[in-house]
Ligand binder design. Structure first.
Ligand SMILES: [Zn+2]
Length: 81
């Protein structure tokens, strides 16, 4: 019976996250010198890989570096010339 499978899947994923079983978003995976860390693709929690396929919540992981850009000013500085 099509149409209801996605609900089960979403619930399963949420349940996995609640049970501290996460799945990393591949693009966020990083080696922090100890183990792989990343972001859960389902709940966006910061997770650490304990063993193969075994990702656990880790609030001790520092947030990824965010490139901070200075605000762009619309008015150009006056240049003498
Ligand atoms: Zn998760």
């Amino acid at each position: 019976m099509p149409g209801g499978d996605w609900v089960v899947r979403v619930l399963l994923k949420r349940l996995m996250c609640l049970m501290n079983k996460h799945h990393p978003r591949r693009s966020t995976m990083e080696w922090d010198g100890v183990s792989y860390v990343g972001e859960c693709r389902h709940c966006a929690a910061r997770i650490r890989r304990l063993s193969h396929g075994n990702w656990k919540n880790d609030e001790g992981i520092p947030p990824p570096p965010i490139s901070v850009r200075p605000p762009v000013s619309s008015s150009e500085p006056h240049s003498s010339g």
